[in-house]
Ligand binder design. Structure first.
Ligand SMILES: [Cu+2]
Length: 147
């Protein structure tokens, strides 16, 4: 019945997630702060105990259909019932995607994203608007999509 310390719990969650690509996003609430997508080291940033771990398949993402799984952890606890609005955007060309991503809450803080496609290789942003009850955050995730 003893509650695990927050630190230990969140560390365990992160260790598991590090077997796949882990992206934790620095969330400052202003919409301008990006998480760093660093495949080489699986580096991640954490701020105020808010973590969004993104797992892409294929990894790295390629042109075409891409599967995405996201895990939202706040203060060491998986958060269910969050709302997401996700828009892929290619800033250098000023265009988005031909499909509109759909997000499904599959429980235990995990969300899967369907209809995520990239039409061309290069630098894309994944613009994520996230509402999890206690907060609304706008994130911009930088991705290098391979051809
Ligand atoms: Cu383009």
């Amino acid at each position: 019945m003893q509650k695990q310390p927050k630190f230990a719990y969140s560390t365990l969650r992160l260790m598991g997630a590090m077997t796949v690509v882990l992206l934790a996003i620095l969330l400052l609430g202003c919409g301008d702060e990006d998480g760093d997508y660093d495949r080489a080291s699986n580096d991640y940033d954490i701020d105020d105990d808010v973590v969004l771990a993104l797992t892409f398949s294929p990894d790295p993402p390629r042109v075409g259909d891409v599967e995405l799984s996201m895990e939202l952890i706040v203060d060491g606890e998986p958060i269910e019932g969050a709302g997401f609005d996700i828009e892929p955007w290619m800033p250098s060309h000023g265009h988005g995607s031909s499909t509109e991503p759909e997000v499904f809450d599959v429980g235990d803080g995990t969300y899967t994203v369907d209809e995520l496609t990239f039409s061309m290789a290069g630098h894309w942003e994944l613009r994520i608007d996230m509402d999890y009850g206690d907060g609304n955050r706008e994130l911009v995730v930088d991705l290098e999509v391979e051809g």
